[in-house]
Write a protein that binds this ligand. Structure first.
Ligand code: SF4
Length: 697
């Protein structure tokens, strides 16, 4: 059944979280438009959002459960899943099972998965593909602010006099925010934009200054800036009363070599002149910072500069992490990472643990963090994880060292995959496949990069026998003996419980308290308009920390001493190129949805390798020929794109294409599974590779 009229919902792709108006077109599809009233996009959409109507058909859908590739009934599949998880836990303990989930899940789905694993199975082995996206920002926020809190709002991008984009190709990865920035700069030509990125990306089109720094040298850049802030007397001494660690951070910054940035001294000086000379500055950062073996330090190097100058939590200023996925933020809010609890409470805080356990009435709670994504798949490989449930994600393509991850999943005793897509590199490895609802069928909430919670609303009934993820998880929980705690009839009831739990968090000092939403019931949920947390009363116009109050025990922000680190994958004569991976404008993740749109696929039909003309000539690589790219981990064959967008010695490849759709090989198979020791986030942007002309064998 298709809903009639125009439905207000939210785009399922990136963390901008644009509002969408969807209207049935009478031919089984939907006309899509931007929601003019949604505060994230005010009616704008990018190419991906505009093409949503082309991706809602039944092509490629998983419509029934399957056991070992054979169609099965729901009862049979759910009994098998619950039975095998129960048996595995009984024989090997709760830490022998794991959930690997997704920033594509709705908050309600995430809440139920987290409650089942942490509150009832009694393990913290639930992690998410958001670990690959923004875990370093979470860790950096917690170290600096005492909580994982994004201080600012999207409107700060427009109110700033200087926007610095670090490791962020906003034009392609967060296109509507980019559109807002372009519009603001057009209105106020005096506004300046600096792009810090080794590549000359599409975002550089609006840059007044592009700093093509050495790969991974961001901490050296912001250390140099901090040293200059002090040298030029630009420290906000009044605000420093709210900050600890200034002296230590400064010593580290002054010991840092600005030459490590690889920038010309004049460019470095121009950047410092602009940043220090402009009070209203927003420093936006994304995967180029986060996806690093020292990503957390890089986040803190940026935050240090904002704390030293008091440029935080006021209109038009602050550090700002933009999340990759539509609900990376919502997952954080419900504790969907292995080291978090729920509602921004801490797993390693006994008072927090007791409060959540009491609220849930749970029989067992873990006392230690679970396995983060890379470690989780290593545990699968080593046989320590014996039952794995992968929900709404495709780790056989997207994890670093992807071939090894695929082999580990293939070797696991029992693998369950819930997905809306029948054939992915990961679903092919499942013992049990469970059909989940897709974007046009799901009902729930998501939180975008500026902490704005929006409704996603169903446009039609589930396809085939597909069920909502929260429902599948609750059905398995019931079969494992915990039905009373998972007896919701609707996502509105799940949300109400989660909002009530946030009230408990509020009593423990958290700003994340949306419990008044629980009181509004199903009608309030149905009619919910996008809202920011803190819900009420909003501080500082919805911003945090401008009043100098932070969430640390002493109420002060912490500046961290940062020693810049080179990328972990060392270059060598065998692997002399630095491979940067990322996204293209028109595709999302592993193409399972955007690949369905002819319009989106018309832009780029296959993956490519950007390589500098000098390197291409030296290696004998012809434009549009094929290059073989090899790393110690894997191999891929990619179409050659000769361009001076990359510097000599550096290459770039998009990560979307799978082993089957690429000329050959998964790009993430080239990436080593080295991680940031604090955040556990892999270093996806600095692999060491060899490049050669492809010769068919
Ligand atoms: Fe969707 Fe992001 Fe594009 Fe907005 S900017 S329409 S959320 S993909």
């Amino acid at each position: 059944m298709t809903m009639t009229g125009t439905i207000r919902t939210t785009c399922p792709y990136c963390g901008v979280g644009c509002g969408v108006l969807a209207t049935a077109d009478g031919r089984g599809g939907f006309d899509i438009a931007g929601d003019p009233d949604h505060p994230a996009n005010f009616g704008r959409l990018c190419s991906k959002g505009s093409a949503l109507g082309e991706t809602t058909g039944l092509e490629g859908r998983l419509l029934t459960p399957r056991i070992n590739g054979v169609q099965a009934g729901w009862d049979q599949a759910l009994d098998l899943v619950a039975g095998r998880f129960r048996q595995t836990i009984a024989e090997h303990g709760p830490d022998s099972v794991a959930f690997y989930v997704s920033g594509q899940l709705l908050t309600e789905d995430y809440y139920v998965a987290n409650k089942l694993m942490k509150g009832f199975i009694g393990s913290a082995n639930i992690d998410t593909n958001s670990r690959l996206c923004m875990a370093s920002s979470v860790a950096g926020h917690k170290r600096a602010f005492g909580s994982d809190t994004v201080p600012g709002l999207y409107e700060d991008f427009e109110q700033a006099d200087l926007v610095v984009l670090v490791g962020s190709n906003l034009a392609w990865c967060h296109p509507v925010l980019y559109q807002r920035l372009v519009a603001a700069k057009t209105l106020r030509p005096a506004m300046k934009v600096v792009v810090v990125d080794p590549r000359r990306t599409a975002t550089c089109d609006i840059a007044d200054l592009h700093l093509a720094l050495a790969p991974g040298a961001d901490a050296a850049l912001f250390n140099a800036l901090l040293a200059q802030i002090v040298a030029r007397g630009a420290v906000d001494r009044r605000f420093l009363a709210h900050v600890s660690g200034f002296a230590e951070a400064l010593v580290a910054a002054q010991a840092s070599d600005p030459g490590a940035t690889g920038l010309a001294p004049a460019d470095l000086r121009a950047f410092c002149d602009l940043w220090i000379g402009t009070e209203k500055v927003v420093t936006v950062y994304s995967q180029g910072i986060n996806q690093s073996a020292s990503g957390t330090d890089k986040v803190n190097a940026i935050i240090n500069c904002h704390l030293a100058t008091g440029r935080i939590g006021r209109p038009g200023m602050g550090p700002f992490s933009v999340t990759g996925q539509p609900n990376a933020m919502g997952g954080r809010e419900v504790g969907g990472l292995a080291n978090m609890l729920a509602c921004h409470l801490e797993l390693d805080n006994p008072a927090h643990r007791d409060a959540v356990q009491g609220f849930w009435g749970s029989p067992a709670m873990p006392t230690a963090p679970g396995l983060k994504a890379v470690d989780m798949f290593r545990a699968v490989e080593e046989g320590r994880i014996k039952a794995l449930w992968i929900i709404c994600t495709n780790p056989a393509v997207s994890m670093p060292d992807a071939d090894r991850v695929a082999a580990a999943i293939r070797g696991c005793d029992f693998v369950v995959v819930s997905d809306m897509i029948a054939e992915t590199d990961t679903t092919r490895l499942a013992h049990v496949l469970l059909p989940a609802t897709g974007w046009a069928e799901k009902d729930g909430t998501v939180t975008n990069s500026e902490r704005r919670i929006s409704r996603q609303r169903a446009l039609r009934a589930p396809a085939g026998q597909a069920r909502h993820d929260w429902r599948i998880l609750a059905d398995v929980a019931a079969r494992m003996g915990w039905g009373a705690a998972f007896a919701w009839a609707s996502p509105a009831e799940v949300f109400a419980e989660y909002a009530a739990l946030s009230g408990v968090a509020g009593t423990l000092g958290s700003d994340f308290d949306i419990s008044n939403r629980a009181e509004q019931g199903a009608d309030g949920y149905a009619a919910m308009q996008p809202f920011l947390w803190p819900d009420a009363p909003a501080r500082q116009g919805g911003r945090f920390f401008g009043d100098g109050r932070f969430h640390t025990p002493d109420g002060k922000a912490r500046m961290l001493p940062v020693t810049p680190q080179a990328p972990k994958a060392a270059l060598s004569p065998d692997y002399p190129f630095r491979l940067n991976t990322g996204r293209v404008r028109d595709h999302w993740h592993t193409l399972t949805r955007t690949g369905l749109s002819p319009r989106l696929s018309a832009h780029l039909a296959e993956p490519f390798l950007e390589i500098h003309p000098d390197d291409a000539m030296r290696l004998g690589l012809a434009p549009a020929g094929l290059a073989e790219v090899t790393s110690p981990q894997g191999r891929a064959v990619l179409r050659v794109l000769v361009t001076d967008r990359v510097k000599p010695g550096e290459v770039f490849a998009p990560m979307h294409w799978t082993g089957e759709t690429a000329p050959t090989g998964r790009v993430d198979a080239l990436v080593a599974s080295v991680v940031d020791p604090v955040s556990g986030q892999p270093e996806s942007k600095a692999a060491a590779v060899r490049v050669a002309p492809f010769a068919a064998r």
